[in-house]
Unconditional design. Structure first.
Length: 509
């Protein structure tokens, strides 16, 4: 799963490089990113979160208690309901946007955003189908193909920049619509990529009337609060985009660049691990094996903290050379690098917390509780909105990053407190004991990365692509090795388990 997610995230990074190269940091990019936020939010809510979290436990229950025939019938009922509901929402949205554009003359940035949104909004239906297919395959124990589906999405979106955009006109204002069209085609590709695996597994789509269907009602009841609870980071980002859009030109596109960089390790480790844990935890909860439930959750969190802590440290310390290496081409200038790296510096400290929210929320869903994460997320959303409104003017994109980071910390604390009350005990003593030595390892790695980068800049600089690569990877690799060695020295379980996985012979040792 991590390999498939890594492939997808690498292509996603290439996509963002293409977008930054083509659009730069400015009001056209702001308009596109803000318009893309809504359909992309549905992709992250459904494809990486709420729908699969609500659907997988029900799907597994049908399979175990009622057999495959009822399992596939329930799946068809859910898909039929999704198609009808999303089609109605899309139709209303398109009518509303068209009426607004016809009745009022907006500022150029706002008008472009609405026109782009009108093109991309139907992506919502496609992503619902892709999410349903993903949930079904995950429940059947297949993780690689659904994770690889996002690669198809990214390939199409990259092609829209270099193949379609040059044919859309001479001005960037017109060419950006190629990216919106690419979003729609990418949605088709992502959903279609999963169909052969489902077909081979025995799935055949048949219309099942969703009205009054108990499975559909149950999934909807769990999905609505789950949408808020499991995707706190994505919702927080969407909320601050609203504030940043009118705060000034380039704020949204600068913050978006930082978000995409941080989502790389979050997606590779946090999302993939959380996606794998949900059916496992759901099965243990169904068997009422709460001792193993706690152990599995603790091990998952230990692995997550170990992997994402070093990623967070490197993103903070090496923010500027990372942004320069990945984005500073075409319309993306040195000033753009400074703006995006500042946003990343403020956002990346919350990486561990953002990923932990995903896992803790799924623990609640495996226990059949979707309301507690929802209530907690609502409180954190309010805090995030308040902080973003307070900080966006003086700190622009950096203020948005700080708001998201603080709200994520509160979210984790409240989720952990509520989960402890629900399970009586979490048995996190060994997990807490690893945090101080990991903190030491993180500080040591951060210092080494910082001094390594400063030495590279002083004596070698970043005039060529080779030097830009060296400015990132030389200090990052050295810092990563130091982090791992210190963790092994302190006998951190996750470090030893990953070493045993990479080098199987070490198990015998």
């Amino acid at each position: 799963m991590a390999v498939a997610t890594l492939t997808s995230r690498l292509l996603g990074m290439v996509r963002e490089q293409a977008y930054m190269y083509f659009l730069g940091v400015g009001w056209v990019n702001d308009a596109f990113q803000f318009a893309f936020t809504i359909p992309n939010l549905f992709r992250r809510l459904l494809g990486e979160g709420a729908l699969t979290a609500a659907f997988i436990p029900v799907f597994k229950e049908k399979e175990k208690l009622h057999g495959e025939a009822e399992m596939w019938r329930a799946s068809n009922a859910v898909i039929s309901g999704l198609v009808v509901a999303t089609s109605v929402v899309i139709a209303l949205a398109l009518i509303g946007i068209s009426l607004a554009l016809a009745a009022h003359e907006f500022a150029p940035k706002t008008e472009l955003m609405l026109r782009l949104l009108r093109v991309m909004f139907p992506y919502m239906l496609l992503v619902c189908l892709a999410a349903a297919f993903m949930g079904m395959l995950n429940a059947r124990g297949k993780f690689f193909i659904p994770a690889m589906g996002a690669t198809m999405l990214n390939v199409v979106m990259i092609a829209s920049v270099f193949w379609l955009a040059p044919h859309m006109g001479a001005h960037l204002y017109d060419q950006v619509f190629a990216l919106a069209i690419g979003v729609l085609v990418a949605g088709v590709a992502q959903a279609a990529f999963q169909v052969p695996s489902l077909w081979h597994d025995g799935f055949r789509y048949r219309w099942v009337t969703p009205w009054g269907d108990p499975t559909v009602q149950r999934v909807v009841r769990q999905m609505i609060p789950g949408t808020i609870g499991i995707a706190a980071f994505q919702i927080n980002v969407a909320v601050v985009y609203v504030l940043g859009f009118w705060a000034g030109n380039g704020v949204i596109s600068s913050f978006n660049g930082a978000v995409r960089l941080m989502e790389f390790p979050q997606g590779m480790f946090g999302i993939s691990l959380a996606t794998y844990l949900l059916p496992t935890l759901a099965g243990l909860a169904a068997e009422k094996n709460y001792a193993e439930f706690r152990t599995t959750l603790r091990q998952g969190l230990g692995t997550l903290v170990f992997l994402n802590l070093i990623a967070s440290v490197l993103l903070v310390v090496l923010a500027e050379p990372i942004v320069r290496l990945l984005f500073q081409y075409g319309r993306f200038t040195e000033d753009s690098t400074i703006r995006v790296s500042f946003a990343l510096l403020c956002l990346a400290p919350g990486l561990v917390m953002f990923s932990t929210v995903n896992i803790l929320a799924r623990a609640f869903y495996a226990l059949g509780d979707t309301r507690t994460p929802m209530k907690i997320s609502i409180a954190c959303l309010i805090l995030n909105l308040f902080l973003a409104a307070l900080l966006v003017r003086p700190m622009e994109q950096g203020g948005l990053g700080i708001a998201n980071t603080i709200s994520a910390v509160l979210n984790v604390c409240l989720l952990a407190f509520a989960l402890r009350k629900k399970l009586k005990t979490l048995e996190w003593t060994t997990l807490r004991a690893t945090l101080p030595p990991l903190g030491v390892a993180g500080i040591a790695a951060g210092l080494l990365a910082w001094f390594g980068w400063q030495w590279w800049e002083k004596y070698l600089g970043h005039a060529t692509l080779t030097l830009k690569i060296g400015a990132v990877f030389a200090p990052a690799v050295a810092a990563g090795l130091l982090y791992w060695l210190v963790a092994l020295l302190f006998k951190i379980p996750a470090a030893r388990e990953i070493l045993a996985f990479v080098l199987p012979k070490s198990k015998a040792a």
